[in-house]
Design a protein around this ligand. Structure first.
Ligand SMILES: *[C@@H]1O[C@H](CO)[C@@H](O)[C@H](O)[C@H]1NC(C)=O
Ligand SMILES: *[C@@H]1O[C@H](CO)[C@@H](O)[C@H](O)[C@H]1NC(C)=O
Ligand SMILES: *[C@@H]1O[C@H](CO)[C@@H](O)[C@H](O)[C@H]1NC(C)=O
Ligand SMILES: *[C@@H]1O[C@H](CO)[C@@H](O)[C@H](O)[C@H]1NC(C)=O
Ligand SMILES: *[C@@H]1O[C@H](CO)[C@@H](O)[C@H](O)[C@H]1NC(C)=O
Ligand SMILES: *[C@@H]1O[C@H](CO)[C@@H](O)[C@H](O)[C@H]1NC(C)=O
Ligand SMILES: *[C@@H]1O[C@H](CO)[C@@H](O)[C@H](O)[C@H]1NC(C)=O
Ligand SMILES: *[C@@H]1O[C@H](CO)[C@@H](O)[C@H](O)[C@H]1NC(C)=O
Ligand SMILES: *[C@@H]1O[C@H](CO)[C@@H](O)[C@H](O)[C@H]1NC(C)=O
Ligand SMILES: *[C@@H]1O[C@H](CO)[C@@H](O)[C@H](O)[C@H]1NC(C)=O
Ligand SMILES: *[C@@H]1O[C@H](CO)[C@@H](O)[C@H](O)[C@H]1NC(C)=O
Length: 318
């Protein structure tokens, strides 16, 4: 699977850029990679768990087969390299079994694609923010605390990011995906704020003064301040009629929150990807999203899944 190996290599590359932490010991006891058929957070029936396992074993195998990378990762420690090779040898059967399942591979490619796109959305946001920062002298001065060296470094970073940003933004598949995710985020945020405001109005949280050493005056003040803040944010979001309409379509408009059951990670991924792959109109995106749980859950799942991939690959580094 071409995409899979590209993704895994990319992930491994960024992991290698991370500072090394913790102590390294060769046997990796207790911090071994997870066995999908026997893991605690899900068993072999979970597609997500199987995809994580697949990414993990693929990376392990690719690492063990590349002496250059092995030397880098183990800092030329042959004992540790041998441990990795032994693990890869043991994992070969399991990897072959997973790779023989084309349904699983399809699902995982979708899962990884969504996860990668979500990462790209974050990258767009960060780069855009950086461009805005360096374009605003006041903001730049604030951020760099008047230190010209730091300001120049931020400017250089922004300049280096322009090409990447332009390239990412030129990709309609990606920007459509990001727009849908942003809408889902905003709808989730609106629902959360609405709940907060409702709760404050019902005075439900004011009663809990225990956090303020039993000072109910202070508790009430805090609750009031928070409610006002929530109300302001909520009003700002609600002033966007398009957003309100989109959220209503998603069934995520009210404070009730979505109670739709979350399908498996693979199904979520498949829905999102097929949505963005087609030149989808806004309404068909919304319909597809409703099918994908109609809430923030899908992207949250993807984010934590991506984190799990990185964690899994980190653990590899015994
Ligand atoms: C190589 O790694 C093993 C296992 O982590 C460790 O016991 C050994 O001290 C390391 N050797 C060197 C030269 O760092
Ligand atoms: C994973 O778990 C299964 C079932 O417990 C076991 O048969 C298999 O050997 C394990 N694989 C690895 C690589 O530990
Ligand atoms: C997998 O998990 C489900 C639900 O937790 C359970 O019913 C099933 O027996 C498990 N399968 C295996 C092989 O452990
Ligand atoms: C092995 O890893 C190195 C360093 O990451 C990379 O440059 C090289 O292309 C890899 N070789 C193969 C055959 O994948
Ligand atoms: C292949 O993977 C899918 C999705 O994880 C799973 O439902 C199915 O049982 C697997 N098939 C086999 C033969 O293991
Ligand atoms: C520039 O940044 C300052 C401080 O963050 C902010 O108050 C101001 O609105 C920004 N100006 C523009 C044009 O965005
Ligand atoms: C400005 O920032 C640079 C880089 O962070 C630092 O090395 C330098 O000491 C700072 N200068 C002042 C005057 O704080
Ligand atoms: C656009 O982005 C998608 C998702 O990240 C990617 O699969 C596709 O190859 C990109 N298209 C171009 C032309 O870069
Ligand atoms: C909310 O709770 C506070 C503290 O318990 C109380 O003083 C206040 O009257 C209540 N407000 C309403 C509208 O019930
Ligand atoms: C309770 O909090 C209020 C407001 O923060 C403060 O004015 C008051 O002194 C506090 N009372 C006690 C007993 O700490
Ligand atoms: C309003 O919401 C829509 C849908 O999320 C979004 O595309 C648009 O950028 C928002 N407009 C403003 C001014 O924030």
């Amino acid at each position: 699977m071409k995409f899979l190996s590209i993704l895994v290599l990319t992930a491994a590359g960024s992991v290698m850029a991370l500072p090394r932490g913790g102590d390294d010991n060769g046997n990796g006891n207790g911090r071994n990679f997870k066995n999908a058929t026997a893991s605690a957070d899900g068993n072999g029936t979970s597609a997500k768990s199987a995809c994580r396992q697949l990414a993990h074993l693929t990376e392990l195998t690719s690492l063990a087969a590349n002496q250059t990378r092995l030397d880098e990762v183990t800092k030329n420690n042959a004992t540790r390299a041998d441990t990795i090779k032994a693990k890869a040898a043991t994992a070969a059967t399991q990897l072959a079994a997973l790779q023989a399942n084309s349904t699983l591979l399809d699902t995982c490619n979708q899962v990884f694609a969504v996860s990668a796109m979500a990462d790209s959305c974050d990258q767009i946001k960060e780069l855009t923010k950086l461009q805005a920062l360096v374009a605003n002298q006041t903001a730049l001065d604030e951020k760099s605390k008047g230190n010209a060296t730091r300001a120049d470094s931020l400017k250089a970073k922004a300049a280096a990011g322009v090409t990447v940003l332009v390239e990412l933004q030129a990709n309609a598949t990606l920007t459509q995906f990001c727009a849908v995710e942003q809408t889902k985020d905003d709808c989730g945020e609106m629902a959360k704020l609405q709940k907060q405001v409702d709760r404050a109005a019902a005075n439900a949280t004011a009663v809990d003064s225990s956090k303020f050493k039993g000072n109910s005056t202070r508790s009430a003040e805090k609750v009031q301040a928070k409610a006002e803040e929530a109300q302001t944010k909520l009003a700002a979001l609600k002033s966007n009629a398009t957003l309100v309409a989109e959220c209503a379509k998603l069934g995520d408009d009210s404070a009730t929150g979505s109670s739709a059951s979350t399908p498996s990670g693979g199904a979520e991924a498949a829905t999102s990807v097929s949505t963005t792959d087609s030149p989808a109109s806004t309404s068909s995106s919304a319909a597809a999203l409703t099918g994908a749980a109609g809430s923030l859950q899908p992207i949250g799942t993807m984010v934590s899944l991506a984190a799990a991939f990185f964690l899994g690959i980190l653990v590899l580094r015994i």
